[in-house]
Design a protein around this ligand. Structure first.
Ligand SMILES: C[S@@+](CC[C@H](N)C(=O)[O-])C[C@H]1O[C@@H](n2cnc3c(N)ncnc32)[C@H](O)[C@@H]1O
Length: 403
């Protein structure tokens, strides 16, 4: 199955340049070599996470107890993403065989980066979009990542700017206010201040979740499951995929934030391709009414064979994540399963998941976790992990039951 890895590599290339510069200007502060003691002047947990990203991407080398900043080349990753977000450009590349020869020198450099990352192929002075990437750039393809690219250019690239990364290193705070003004403290504030960006963010999230949901769905342990509660199920990327694969499902309830549900419902109507899909939406709030036992706006008697939380726990710190898990657990039918769909950090906290961890640092105040971090969170919430299933996508399936 196709994976959008090449586009993610381009986003990573942009992040690499900015992380390198942010570290150079803060923790390294013009020094070439530092040790852990230099972290203490900053927000230690955030510095550690940024350094783990940097080590994973060879921006920083760790040797004999010291961290050394490496040299990297600064290339036009954002220019290339901007170009790919323009459908006229994609059309021109595909239809004009002289395109490479007629480009400006600056543009040619950008395209060379695309060739390096296997976004373009070049043969006999003709460039083409590579076969692996084409379906993700084509606006009408079901795998299109077009709106995800737009979101990266307009929102993510701002949150990952050098000043925002520096502020995250210094304070450990999310960066919405720095990127979009004091009135924006979380993505939902964009709804009133920047409605187009909010819509784009949600559409981009849907697109990036479609491909990953298709990796997860066939492996879900849903044999005798008829009813599902999808906590924070958004616009139903997962719901659609599950209902298509597991035809025995009679009820699929998406529980999400009241303010966002109307948009999600409208998106779902646009993306659904059949009439008889048993998806229903319920407006709520994970944290409303502190003394409520189950999820607010769901009756405690509403029970489900399976409760799914996909890309939810990583948005929150341990305390809030535990609250969400305890409330979600209340809606499990006797013998039901609570399933987390999350990227998992390896025990050394290095590797590709660190890119998502930085996203959580600047965007949600949450974090990526190792499997034992998840096991502990589940235990604190009265749940026992019973299985951990690998997928070919970015997430693992973590299955648990009430203790
Ligand atoms: C990363 S998205 C989840 C995407 C989806 N589960 C998937 O796998 O495709 C996080 C979701 O949590 C929802 N959310 C955020 N805060 C919430 C709250 N306080 N109560 C309910 N839902 C909330 C958001 O609206 C969003 O749909």
């Amino acid at each position: 199955m196709l994976k959008p890895e090449n586009l993610l590599n381009l986003a990573k290339n942009f992040l690499n340049q900015n992380v390198h510069e942010a570290l150079e200007r803060t923790v390294f502060n013009n020094k070439k070599i530092i040790s852990e003691s230099d972290f203490s002047k900053f927000h230690v947990d955030s510095v550690r996470r940024v350094i783990q990203y940097a080590v994973s991407n060879k921006l920083v080398i760790f040797e004999s107890g010291y961290y050394k900043l490496s040299l990297i080349s600064k290339t036009g990753a954002l220019e290339l993403l901007t170009t790919l977000g323009d459908s006229d450009f994609v059309q021109q590349v595909n239809s004009n065989s002289d395109f490479y020869m007629t480009m400006t020198e600056k543009m040619r450099k950008v395209v060379l980066l695309g060739i390096e990352l296997n976004i373009f192929t070049l043969s006999s002075n003709r460039i083409q979009i590579s076969k692996e990437v084409e379906p993700f750039l084509n606006e009408s393809s079901s795998l299109s990542m077009h709106l995800w690219i737009q979101n990266f250019i307009k929102v993510s690239s701002k949150l990952f700017s050098v000043p925002c990364l520096i502020s995250a290193i210094e304070t450990g705070q999310v960066q919405w206010a720095n990127a979009f003004g004091a009135t924006v403290t979380n993505p939902f504030d964009l709804m009133s201040s920047h409605p187009e960006l909010f819509k784009n963010l949600m559409e981009g999230m849907h697109q990036s979740n479609v491909t990953d949901s298709n990796f997860v769905t066939p492996l879900l342990p849903l044999k005798n499951c008829k009813t599902i509660l999808d906590v924070g199920g958004a616009s139903g990327a997962m719901g659609l995929s599950i209902c298509h694969h597991h035809l025995q499902i009679t009820q699929y309830m998406i529980y999400d934030l009241a303010e966002a549900v109307s948009l999600y419902e409208a998106m779902f109507e646009r993306y659904r391709d059949q009439k008889n899909i048993p998806v229903k939406f319920r407006k709520g709030d994970f944290f409303a009414k502190a003394n409520h036992l189950g999820l607010f706006c769901l009756d405690e008697s509403e029970k489900f064979d399976v409760v799914i939380l996909g890309w939810i726990i990583h948005d929150w710190n341990d305390e809030d994540a535990t609250k969400i898990l305890i409330r979600s657990k209340q809606h499990l039918a006797q013998g039901g399963k609570l399933i987390l769909l999350e990227a998992v950090l390896p025990d050394d906290r290095l590797g590709s998941v660190t890119m998502l961890d930085l996203t959580m640092l600047v965007q949600t105040g949450g974090r990526e976790r190792t499997i034992s971090d998840f096991e502990n969170l589940l235990k604190r919430s009265g749940l026992k992990m019973t299985a951990e299933i690998d997928t070919n996508g970015r997430r693992k399936i973590i299955v648990s039951e009430a203790i």
